[in-house]
Design a protein around this ligand. Sequence first.
Ligand code: AHR
Length: 521
Amino acid sequence: MRKSLVLLQLFFICPLIAFAQKENPAPVNQLVVIANNPGPLISKDIYGHFSEHLGRCIYGGIWVGTDSKIPNTYGIRNDVLFALREIKIPNLRWPGGCFADTYHWKDGIGPQANRASIVNTHWGGVTEDNSFGTHEFMKLTELVGCDAYINGNVGSGTVREMAEWVEYLTSDAESPMTRLRKVNGREEPWKVKYFAIGNENWGCGGNMTAEFYSGVMRQFSTYLNNYAGNMLYRVACGPYDYNYAWTETLMKDPDNSARFQGISIHYYSLVDGWNNKGSATLFGEREWFRTMSANLQMDEIIKGHKAIMDRYDPRKTKGLVVDEWGNWFNVEPGTNPGFLYQQNTLRDALTAAIHLNIFNKHADRVQVANLAQMVNVLQSVILTDDDKMVLTPTYHVFRMFRIHQGAKLLNTDLRCEDYQFGEGKIPAISASASVDTEAKVHISLANLNPNKEITLICPVIGDTFNNVTGEILTAGEMTAFNNFEKPEAVKPAPFKAYKLKDGILTVSMPPKSVVVLELKK
Ligand code: AHR
């Protein structure tokens, strides 16, 4: 019945658009939004973040210690805390990344003065004094109001060590681990939502083959118990980008796949490969175009892994966990190459919008995603320098898109012109739409073309809306960024370049912009 109504409406609207096309030979860019037939829930955890013991992410970026002159709560800087609350971060992954498979959690508990100092072998060879450990991380999640996503150590850890960590964190029984936790000042168990069984075990996490990891994962997982009503969502280490064989190996054996609820994938967007990542701020249209093209690959990658998962798990009981994504550029000149510190421009804002739209559209399978990384590392949402803090263009996109968290995906049909550069072309528009629990519809859009305003005709079918508001993020230059001297060079502004008439929304999107529209009755 609903379907036929939609078809009927399409029948009336398409001729209108065809007529417009005839009158105006310029390409008609059209996004049909079906507002009355919502699809799957967009997991709020698609909007997750990642904090590794890497460079100045934890130390300086989040943790300054209780004795710091920087205003803090239990050693966690207040400015960062408030900024994170504002974007409603749903989950935070920790302690790595590659660091996770070198991390021995017992080094990071107990009185801080007694904690072992170790060398962070992956990231700059710096001393890690373990002053930020399990209790500090769990306090951070409590203060932010997000769920914990802990990444266990498979590469250099033991089954016992991982099992005891879960027990220490979540058990309420009488046991050596819960006694230890209480001695360290925490009576009640915590809740831990996500727990990963290793990180990049095909590389820094032990250089394993898929078959070998599959068996190891099965062994480790056996001892990760659910205590005191805490139901762990176990994340098996998945592949990098297009390595479908790894996913197939994990999925095909039902005894293996019974041991995890989600499978991770990592994918970073690179301008010219790992040896030529380019500057985060000094770039031209070629690099802009190549970044957008690399970002769009995420859709292909997800489709490929989804197809394998659909074969073995047609009821979609297992999730895809994209727990590392983002742009990876060269470090800023003069900074430690092992710290991965990069600036963040309007280009990164477009990257965030493209990815979040892709994740929304794969809401049936993508359950979790984590931007790499949260503060001062790679495509951060926040940069700090001593007591100063700045919000990046990527931060603003996360704030604008937070309205999709926990909403239901709406079916959309996008027809749009290409953005052409040299021999290459990509679709000029990225889009997704959702309906929230208050029946408000949100449409998030990005115009990838840095040179051209695009008018998008947007028939909203199946429901009637009278009230539209919008917000836009753009800047004069594609290389615009926020720094400590000019923290608001790129910031969102109210958006008014739309018209709503007879259920058809017409939106004029400036070049290189991100727009979010809210439709109310
Ligand atoms: O995010 C930086 C690193 O990239 C992570 O430690 C690792 O998992 C990935 O290769």
